[in-house]
Write a protein that binds this ligand. Structure first.
Ligand SMILES: Cc1cc2nc3c(=O)[nH]c(=O)nc-3n(C[C@H](O)[C@H](O)[C@H](O)COP(=O)(O)OP(=O)(O)OC[C@H]3O[C@@H](n4cnc5c(N)ncnc54)[C@H](O)[C@@H]3O)c2cc1C
Length: 387
C-alpha cells in the first residue's frame, strides 16, 4: 500500500513538494481552496535572482537561494519532460542599474562579496551600458552585471508542475472550499475536512498555504507569523522595448518574456488580503519605466494584476517538520522568492519525508525551522489570519 501525502495549497510550493513525494513513491493529493496556481505563484514575474535578492552577505538565506538556483535548469527540464510543455526558462543575465552616483555604493558592496559566488559578475560604467543593453540611455551611473540570473514564465511552470504531478498519479482538488476541521489520531493518521470535498485522510500533511499559512497556527501549536504583502505588476504587449537582460532599477524591474510580453513589477504594499490593482500602484511602475527607458515614456501597459507574497517576520521561509506532530510539515513564507526557492524547498522537504520527519535536515534546513518563532498563544494575530 502506498502512503498518502495530503498537500494543503496548490501554489508552486505545494505542487513542487507533491512532485517530490510522488517521485519517492507516495500517493499525493493536492487540495486548494481556489484555483491551482491561482494566487501568488500565478502572479509572479518568475525571476530567478539569488544575487539581486541577497545584499547582506553569504548567509543561510543566500546559500538556500544559490542551492535552489543551481538546481533550476535540471529541475525545470525534468518537469518540462514529465509534463510535455515548456516553462519558459531563459538564462538572460541581469543588470542592476544605478541611476545616480549615490546608488552605486550598495551595488559595489554586493560586488565585493558576491564575486566569489558568480563568475563573470562585474561592474559596468554608464558609458558601457548601451553596448550591453541597447535600450538603456547613456548617462546612467552604472550597473552591476550578473551573467547568470535567469527567469521562467511562472504561470507556465505552475501548469507544467500540475500536469507532471497529475501524470504521476496525483489527485488535484481545486475549489475544495474552506478547511473546516483538522485532526490527528493517536496512531498518527491525519484527516482534514473541506466544505466542498469532504474529509480526506493521509499519512503525512504538508502545509503550503502561502499568505494564508497562519490559518493553522492554532492546530499546529506554533506561531506562524506569515502576512500578505501585495505585489502589483503589469505587462506591455507588444513590448515597446526589447530587453536582452532582466533590468532592476531603484523602483521597479523589467523582464522580457519569450511570448513577447514585457513584464514590469512590482509594488510592495500592505493591504491585508486585498488583491485589488490600484491606479497609484501601477502608475508608479509606469513612471519608473519612463524615467529609465525613453521608449517606455507614454506607453500604457496592456495588463495589470496583483498577488499576495507570503512574508515572515524575519523574511526567511519556514521549511521542515512540525515538532510534536509526526508526519506534519510546513513549507511556507517564501515572500519574494517562492519561484526561485521551490527546487531547494521541495528537495529539503523530500529529505525530511524520506527520514520520516526525523534526522533529515542538515545545517541549512535548521535555519528555516518552522518552530523558530515559538509556541502559538491562543488569540494571537497570526493565528487569526483566516481571510
Ligand atoms: C507580483 C509578484 C511578483 C513576484 N515575483 C517573483 C519572482 O520574480 N521570483 C520569485 O521567486 N518569486 C516571486 N514572487 C513571490 C512568489 O510568487 C511567492 O513567493 C510564491 O508564489 C509563494 O508560493 P506558495 O505556493 O507558497 O503560495 P501561493 O501561490 O499563494 O499558494 C498558496 C495556495 O494556498 C491556497 N489556500 C489558501 N488558503 C487555503 C485553505 N484554507 N485551504 C486550501 N488551500 C488554501 C491558495 O488558494 C493558494 O493557491 C512574486 C510575487 C508577486 C505577488
Amino acid at each position: 500500500m502506498k502512503r498518502t501525502l495530503l498537500v494543503l495549497g496548490g501554489g508552486i510550493v505545494g505542487l513542487s513538494c507533491a512532485y517530490e513525494a510522488l517521485k519517492q513513491g507516495w500517493r499525493a493529493i493536492v487540495v486548494d481552496r481556489g484555483e491551482i496556481g491561482g494566487q501568488a505563484s500565478g502572479a509572479a514575474a518568475g525571476m530567478l535572482a539569488p544575487f539581486y535578492e541577497s545584499g547582506e552577505g553569504p548567509d543561510a538565506f543566500f546559500r538556500l537561494c544559490l542551492d535552489s538556483f543551481d538546481r533550476y535548469p535540471a529541475w525545470t527540464a525534468e518537469i518540462e519532460e514529465a509534463a510535455g510543455m515548456s516553462a519558459g526558462f531563459v538564462r538572460s543575465g541581469s543588470l542592476h542599474v544605478a541611476l545616480l552616483e549615490a546608488d552605486t555604493l550598495s551595488l559595489h558592496g554586493r560586488l565585493a562579496w558576491q564575486t566569489r559566488h558568480c563568475a563573470g559578475l562585474e561592474w559596468l560604467d554608464g558609458t558601457d551600458l548601451p553596448r550591453v543593453e541597447p535600450s538603456l540611455p547613456s548617462g546612467l551611473a552604472g550597473a552591476l552585471y550578473c551573467p547568470d540570473e535567469a527567469h521562467v514564465q511562472a504561470p507556465l511552470l505552475v501548469k507544467a508542475l500540475a500536469t507532471a504531478c497529475a501524470r504521476l498519479g496525483a489527485q488535484l482538488l481545486p475549489h475544495a472550499g474552506e478547511m473546516t476541521a483538522v485532526s490527528q489520531s493517536e496512531a498518527g493518521g491525519l484527516s482534514v475536512r473541506f466544505e466542498a470535498c469532504g474529509t480526506i485522510g493521509a499519512d503525512a500533511l504538508c502545509c503550503c498555504l502561502g499568505a494564508w499559512s497562519g490559518r493553522l497556527s492554532d492546530w499546529l501549536g506554533l506561531r506562524i507569523p506569515v502576512h500578505p504583502i501585495r505585489g502589483q505588476i503589469c505587462a506591455y504587449d507588444p513590448a515597446p522595448v526589447s530587453l536582452r537582460h532582466i533590468v532592476f532599477g531603484p523602483q521597479a524591474y523589467w523582464v522580457g518574456k519569450p511570448d513577447g510580453l514585457l513584464v514590469c513589477g512590482a509594488s510592495e504594499d500592505e493591504a491585508g488580503f486585498d488583491r485589488t490593482v490600484t491606479a497609484g500602484g501601477i502608475g508608479r511602475l509606469v513612471r519608473a519605466g519612463g524615467r529609465l527607458f525613453p521608449t517606455l515614456s507614454g506607453a500604457a501597459p496592456a495588463q495589470s494584476w496583483a498577488g499576495l507574497r507570503p512574508a515572515t517576520l524575519d523574511g526567511w521561509p519556514l521549511i521542515g517538520p512540525v515538532p510534536g506532530r509526526p508526519g506534519v510539515y510546513i513549507a511556507a513564507g517564501h515572500y519574494r522568492n517562492g519561484i526561485l526557492l521551490s527546487p531547494a524547498t521541495s528537495a529539503a522537504f523530500g529529505r525530511w519525508l524520506a527520514a520520516g520527519g526525523g534526522a533529515g535536515g542538515d545545517g541549512a534546513d535548521r535555519a528555516f525551522r518552522p518552530d523558530r518563532f515559538g509556541a502559538y498563544v491562543a488569540g494571537e494575530r497570526e493565528g487569526a489570519t483566516t481571510a
